[in-house]
Design a binder for this molecule. Structure first.
Ligand code: SDX
Length: 428
């Protein structure tokens, strides 16, 4: 029996079906609203109360701190799966068999090369360019060298575009880092695993033999899994809406990278470390920064805290916090900034301002501490987020195209001037 929502406007009643998801979520289906009411729309800045689509990829329960990819819990995946398995799961909907995983890996490895002329585009950037801007540009530029990746009408064309970007994206990401460091570009090694190869392309030195480090690789693999998808967040919604115009996958991903760059979104992981370093330089005075975060007249926010959906602990933050302590211990390192982060979180989680607003550490609060321990420069942190989120963006884009979603085109409530006749410049 379909549940019904009744809306009364100016004495007229309108009924709308209530859509029920598989996990006790309910949404009022207002597809007919403007038509039946003669033009009434809804208004919801930031889409805080608005579902943009039905999706079978990722489930979040913000109140209970639950995150599942295709029904599997983030805790189990982070512990038992590897990143390529999770990428396959997100994109194709099932955990791969050994044969499927081997073929996916091999098809991706066939795409590890990037056209040499792409280097000319990379060389056009100053060393000081932010890696997220470079990565977004290079991702878009890939289209020119892979024109067949735009029209993905067939399943085979879609698959080819997917393995192409899964293979080439880590190369581009590693190149953005090496460019800043003045290092020769590295082409990777197809005998290595996906994440091992990413690390090699980022860190191999021309005059040294590259040696794998299991601790580092496992930490990186876990971080990429934890960032792999997060339902309709800002950058994923960007990828879906750009793709809804039938712009190609690479163009849609390039737009998603730009959305992720923002400090309120993926750029927060860089902003967190910069904030913690500032607190450290300021003598570790966490109380001062908590006060700034609470002061409405101060634009300062506690970066890495708060979340649109999680009104409880972000399950990823819990896992990353433990992983940060393990990685530092395994590598025999100490990072005073981790102690500052833990001290800051303790104070905030006991402060009425944060408790009342249900502000908890999010995925970005501790991740930078691990990236730092792995030798990744701060300005590359959000690129690492993008590397993790790549399969999620691909999965969401593929779902949107397969479900033949309409082009995204929200309405508005106009609050500007009514009609007024043109006035020539002599009379103004
Ligand atoms: C990511 O959506 C996703 O799933 C994103 C993500 C993913 O995996 O894709 O999880 C990744 O982007 C995580 C979030 C990273 N961003 C940050 O850490 C930046 C700091 N956080 C805030 O800017 C904020 O919490 C947001 C942007 C994350 C959420 O913003 P909302 O949902 O629009 O909440 P809001 O701004 O309306 O805040 C509600 C209240 C406000 O106070 P009042 O006006 O009610 O008095 O909480 C306050 C805010 O001022 N508040 C904060 C705060 N976050 C919210 N106050 C101080 N410090 C903060 N960090």
């Amino acid at each position: 029996m379909t549940k019904i929502a009744t809306l009364e406007i100016n004495g007229n009643k309108y009924e709308f079906p209530i859509i029920e998801g598989t996990q006790n979520e309910f949404g009022i289906d207002i597809k007919t609203l403007r038509g039946v009411t003669g033009g009434v729309t809804t208004l919801d800045p930031g889409f805080k109360n608005t579902g943009s689509c039905e999706s079978a990829i990722t489930f979040l329960d913000g109140e209970k701190g639950i995150l599942r990819y295709r029904g599997y819990s983030i805790e189990e995946l982070a512990e038992k799966a590897d990143f390529l398995e999770v990428a396959y799961l997100l994109i194709f909907g099932e955990l791969p068999t050994a044969v499927q995983l081997e073929k996916f890996d091999a098809d991706i490895k066939e795409e590890l090369h990037v056209d040499e002329d792409m280097k000319n585009i990379l060389d056009g950037f100053p060393k000081s360019a932010h890696p997220m801007g470079v990565l977004s540009s290079l991702t878009n530029a890939l289209i020119a060298f892979n024109p067949g990746s735009v029209d993905v009408a067939s399943d085979d064309a879609m698959y080819r575009a997917i393995v192409k970007i899964m293979g080439k994206f880590p190369v581009l990401a590693a190149w953005t880092m090496r460019k800043r460091k003045g290092l020769p570009l590295d082409y990777g090694d197809s005998t290595l695993g996906y994440v091992e190869n990413l690390h090699k392309m980022m860190f191999a030195r021309p005059n040294r033999v590259y040696t794998k480090n299991k601790i580092v690789n496992d930490a990186l693999d876990k971080l990429l899994i934890l960032h792999a998808d997060h339902e309709q967040n800002c950058s994923t919604s960007t990828v879906r809406i750009v793709g809804s115009s039938h712009a190609g996958l690479f163009a849609s991903l390039s737009a998603g990278i730009s959305a992720l760059w923002g400090p309120l979104h993926g750029g927060a992981n860089q902003a967190v470390i910069e904030m913690l370093e500032a607190i450290k330089a300021d003598g570790g005075d966490t109380a001062k920064y908590i006060a700034k975060a609470k002061d409405k007249n101060d634009p300062f926010r506690l970066m890495g805290f708060g979340h649109r959906v999680y009104k409880n602990f972000d399950p990823r933050a819990k896992i990353i916090k433990v992983a940060a302590e393990e990685v530092l211990a395994d590598l025999g390192m100490e990072d005073p900034v981790l102690d500052i982060a833990k001290g800051l979180a303790k104070v905030a989680l006991e402060d009425e301002y944060f408790v009342k607003r249900k502000l908890y550490p999010n995925v970005d609060f501790y991740s930078g501490i691990i990236y730092r321990a792995l030798g990744i420069p701060t300005e590359m942190f959000t690129v690492m987020f993008a590397l993790g989120r790549l399969p999620g963006w691909i999965a969401q884009w593929r779902e949107m195209r397969q479900r033949k979603e309409p082009i995204g085109r929200p309405r508005q409530i106009y609050i500007g001037e009514g009609y007024r006749p043109f006035v020539s410049v002599e009379k103004r």
